[in-house]
Design a binder for this molecule. Structure first.
Ligand code: HEM
Length: 231
């Protein structure tokens, strides 16, 4: 079967309709991307409570678990899980389509009009998925935490980042988040129809600004613990 025939056969196997079309899956990736970037921004703002001390941070953690009679966190978790599921599915399926359309790869790859961040989206996405699993086992369930205390999220935060290898992994993961976010925010605003030569400088500024803010503040947490500023 020729490359073109394989590609047509793949498209036919998926069927017709919004989710089968590549633009449909790009829109799904963009919408779920907006939900996830929104989450990391709010999550970063919430974690700044660590700079207010143990009482403020533990109060905040308690609020998350008790809001809307304890149902609020499950609403958040469900939305996040569904968003992550659709995001990974659309990214994987678009990647497989691209590979099927050009199985031999480019002989001399010319990365015209693409940035390093855009070319590394798949890898930074995979590293982020690994980070999220580790992060949940570390600070939510405590499975991989050296001395987890279910009643004291602040102590878990501080004791968790006191381990240099853990802090180093968090910092590397945040740098991957930065690359992923920068290109992701830029390209999802394009998919959602916000690209216009007159306003592109605003889109670029927004992508840079949000990424630098989220990643910059997130990186301060492990550094603040390692330097004893948060203790
Ligand atoms: C240095 C940066 C970060 C810090 C200090 C941090 C801190 C925390 C803490 C303390 C918790 C547990 C809250 C509790 O159980 O009381 C948590 C949960 C969580 N974090 Fe992070 N986080 C960081 C980055 C991220 C990033 C980049 C993501 C996503 C890409 C993320 C996703 C989550 C999720 C999904 C939960 C579970 C929320 C739930 O309980 O359902 N975090 N984080």
């Amino acid at each position: 079967m020729s490359v073109a025939e394989k590609s047509i056969a793949g498209a036919e196997a998926r069927g017709h309709g919004f989710l089968a079309s590549s633009i449909g899956r790009k829109v799904i990736m963009a919408i779920t991307g907006v939900i996830l970037f929104g989450f990391v921004t709010v999550h970063m703002l919430g974690n700044t409570q660590a700079y207010m001390g143990s009482e403020a941070f533990n109060e905040y953690a308690k609020f998350l678990k008790t809001m809307i009679h304890g149902d609020g966190i499950w609403v958040f978790r469900t939305v996040l899980l569904v968003a992550v599921g659709f995001h990974v599915w659309s990214a994987t399926s678009l990647t497989l389509d691209n590979l099927a359309a050009r199985p031999e790869g480019y002989r001399a790859q010319q990365n015209v009009a693409s940035t390093w961040a855009s070319r590394t989206m798949r890898w930074t996405g995979v590293i982020l998925a690994i980070f999220i699993v580790y992060h949940l086992l570390h600070l939510t369930t405590g499975t991989v935490h050296p001395n987890f205390d279910h009643t004291n999220p602040y102590a878990n935060f501080v004791n968790g980042f006191k381990v240099p290898a853990t802090s180093a992994f968090y910092i590397v993961a945040q740098l991957c988040l930065g690359l992923h976010m920068w290109h992701g925010v830029w390209s999802c605003t394009q998919t959602l129809g916000l690209a216009h030569p007159r306003y592109d400088h605003l889109r670029r500024g927004f992508a840079y600004g949000l990424t630098i803010l989220v990643v910059g503040v997130n990186i301060t947490f492990p550094i603040a613990v390692l330097t004893g500023f948060i203790h």
